[in-house]
Design a protein around this ligand. Structure first.
Ligand SMILES: O=C(O)[C@H]1O[C@H](OP(=O)(O)OP(=O)(O)OC[C@H]2O[C@@H](n3ccc(=O)[nH]c3=O)[C@H](O)[C@@H]2O)[C@H](O)[C@@H](O)[C@H]1O
Length: 429
């Protein structure tokens, strides 16, 4: 008599007898077809479960995510429309950030198509980002709320619009914050960048990319002014290291996939709608509130200096870079020929010390600062920056025109009005 095991597993090796009766063979075929039917049933069950799961997944994504759907696609398409002959269609990442919002408005003003992308993170007060978004929205610029690391979202955006250019400004900024939250720099400045490049390389047509590197890549370089060919292998902060890594990563995408890429080394950008984490901004807030400000000093009490660059000059540099970017040569992930790979300094060429910056703020705010000098902590800061801008000038006519005095006057006027101070610098609400 066959055992229970034989009945259930008739094909178990070593259990078949060569000399079988017809009845045994019949039972064997019967149980094989039963198994076959069970297998079919299980496959059908699994397939219907999986499709139900994907229905639930996509359904919940549409219910919870802030992107997707017919209406959303229409908004993206409308925002990307070009309104001038020879215009470009640009995906601006970090569109509700400081530089991103200014560049988006400038592109829109001259008739280019602009779609923004921003994750509205809370590195600094997101209400400022929302206010910038309202401004963009009032000019017809749609900002998609989403993260650079969302590959599906990026692919969808390129499905909906054949962007000619990407202005990549989304990043984890700030030199000193890198010691508090190092992972956020890796997430945005490395992983997010690679995700974006992956999407761009596969797009058909491939866009040209202009992106924000940083003056901080010069790190401990002491040769002044800083030229693009100077050494950048001594970063002083993780922020700087991720920006330097970005320059290397973009090079590989240019080399392998034929993406046209321009990296811009911004030098301490300031101005209206600026970043609250930066010194000129937080100094203004503290001075108005009667709180002390901390001013770092270098070795031997040497003042720190920055090549502070006004936002309008940076915007001109960004537009010049986009217009002279050249074309990517690849399509669908295949390189067809070489494409431009460029890196430019965008600075002001006239460094100013931090105490002088404070003098100017005091003058415009009409309030004395309570200065507290401390030795520069070893937290990633560098003693000075100074840009040589001849490459950008030769390539696309970059010429900064705003000195710190004029630029800070514009910033202070904006600050007082945005935060509701009256002319006597008192908080109204
Ligand atoms: O060019 C860049 O690539 C970077 O520029 C900017 O970095 P930084 O040049 O360090 O600007 P910022 O913080 O305004 O400090 C200015 C000066 O004030 C000093 N500083 C700062 C804070 C303080 O409390 N006291 C002080 O003396 C400080 O020691 C420094 O000397 C961007 O933030 C950064 O994201 C990146 O884009």
């Amino acid at each position: 008599m066959p055992s229970i095991e034989d009945e259930l597993f008739p094909s178990t090796p070593g259990k078949f007898k060569i000399d079988r009766s017809n009845r045994q063979l019949h039972r064997c075929f019967a149980s094989t077809s039963t198994m076959f039917l069970w297998a079919l049933f299980l496959i059908a069950l699994t397939a219907s479960y999986l499709s139900f799961q994907s229905f639930v997944d996509s359904g919940s994504r549409y219910l919870t995510a802030s992107w997707g759907g017919i209406q959303w696609e229409k908004q993206v398409r409308t925002s990307a429309q070009i309104h001038r002959s020879g215009g470009i269609s640009v995906l601006v990442t970090g569109a509700t950030g400081f530089v991103g919002s200014h560049v988006s408005l400038a592109l829109r003003k001259r008739g280019d198509g602009v779609v923004g992308l921003d994750n509205f993170n809370n590195y600094y007060d997101p209400s400022l980002k929302r206010a910038r978004r309202s401004l963009l929205s009032s000019r017809g610029i749609f900002v998609v709320e989403g993260d650079l690391n969302d590959a599906k979202l990026l692919a969808k955006l390129f499905d909906v619009v054949a962007f000619t250019h990407v202005m990549h400004l989304a990043a984890q900024a700030g030199v000193r914050y890198a010691m508090e939250n190092p992972q956020s720099y890796v997430h945005s400045n490395i992983a997010g960048l690679v995700n974006l490049l992956e999407t761009c390389k596969s797009a058909n047509p491939q866009p040209a990319i202009v992106w924000a590197s940083s003056s901080s890549v010069y790190g401990l370089n002491e040769k002044v002014p800083f030229s693009e060919s100077d050494r950048t292998d001594q970063p002083a902060s993780l922020y700087a290291a991720t920006k330097k890594a970005g320059e290397e990563i973009t090079h590989t995408y240019n080399h392998i996939y034929g993406l046209a890429i321009t990296g811009l080394r911004f030098f301490t950008v300031y101005g209206p709608w600026g970043r609250p984490d930066m010194a000129y901004f937080s100094f203004t807030r503290n001075i108005l509130q009667g709180k002390p400000i901390t001013i770092y000093r270098g070795k031997n009490r040497v003042d720190l200096a920055r090549d502070f660059t006004f936002i309008d000059d940076i915007v001109k540099g960004c537009l010049g870079s986009l217009d002279s970017s050249g074309k990517s040569t690849g399509s669908g992930g295949k390189k067809r020929g070489s494409a431009p790979f460029r890196i430019f300094n965008l600075g002001n060429t006239s460094p100013v010390t931090v105490p002088i910056l404070v003098d100017i703020l005091e003058k415009h705010l009409k309030v004395k600062a309570k200065r507290n000098f401390v030795e520069m902590p070893g937290n990633g800061d560098v003693p000075f920056t100074h840009a040589n801008i001849s490459s950008a000038r030769n390539e696309f006519g970059y010429k900064p025109t705003t000195d710190l005095e004029t630029g800070l006057k514009k910033f202070v006027r904006w600050y007082l009005s945005y935060y509701g101070y009256n002319t006597k610098a008192k908080l109204v609400h």
